[in-house]
Write a protein that binds this ligand. Structure first.
Ligand SMILES: Cc1cc2nc3c(=O)[nH]c(=O)nc-3n(C[C@H](O)[C@H](O)[C@H](O)COP(=O)(O)O)c2cc1C
Length: 190
């Protein structure tokens, strides 16, 4: 089976991001994926120390479980990054998670980038927010994740901001429907 890894940056296990990700998991199983969720808030990971040891080993020196998660990333076929907007950005634990993905890339002396992200070919970014015009205001958050993933040579990346703030109605939002249909398209493609 193909593997879908969801990294959820919300503290709310039944929040908007979680609801959208549940739908993504259901779609994924339709297309032969098994999914697993990593909750950034549940990890006991510290910030990147910029020691650069990972540039030669592709492992992190911190013994806090992140290497095991990097292994899960490397063996996934598709990644989902889901995060609420907290004051114009992703949540703190999601930012820490992103920084700790540093072992998955190496910058060579000639400034070329090598990717060690393994099987991952596709990714999607889900950004839930409260502001009704969040799709305009927070598009830059999606772009930032897309740019990070491009450095890892993951080029089939979709992303959407979903204004709602209400887990009971988020799935009815046209932004959510658009986001899910893009992801379904990605899941269908080989
Ligand atoms: C600390 C904090 C900061 C927030 N900042 C913003 C913000 O800047 N813009 C916005 O539209 N919503 C903001 N929100 C609302 C959340 O983004 C929104 O409720 C989102 O749907 C929560 O996602 P979740 O249900 O997956 O946790 C904030 C919420 C919290 C708790």
């Amino acid at each position: 089976m193909k593997k879908l890894l969801i990294i959820n940056g919300s503290p709310r296990k039944k929040g908007c991001d979680a609801r959208v990700c549940d739908e993504i998991s259901a779609l994924a199983s339709k297309y032969g994926y098994e999914s697993e969720t990593v909750w950034a808030y549940d990890l006991q990971i510290g910030g990147c120390r910029a020691c650069m040891a990972c540039k030669s080993t592709q492992r992190c020196v911190q013994k806090d479980g992140m290497n095991e998660i990097l292994d899960k990333i490397r063996t996934s076929d598709m990644l989902i990054f889901a995060t609420p907007v907290y004051f114009n950005g992703e949540t703190g634990p999601m930012k820490t998670f992103l920084d700790r993905m540093y072992p998955l890339m190496r910058m060579n002396p000639d400034r070329t980038v090598e990717s060690f992200i393994g099987n991952v070919k596709k990714a999607a970014i889900v950004v839930c927010c409260g502001a009704p015009d969040g799709n305009m205001k927070y598009a830059s958050i999606v772009t930032k994740f897309i740019n990070v993933l491009k450095m890892f040579n993951v080029t089939d990346v979709s992303g959407a901001v979903i204004p709602s703030g209400n887990p009971d109605t988020v799935l009815e939002s046209s932004f959510c429907k658009g986001c899910l249909s893009q992801i379904e398209f990605q899941l269908q493609m080989e």
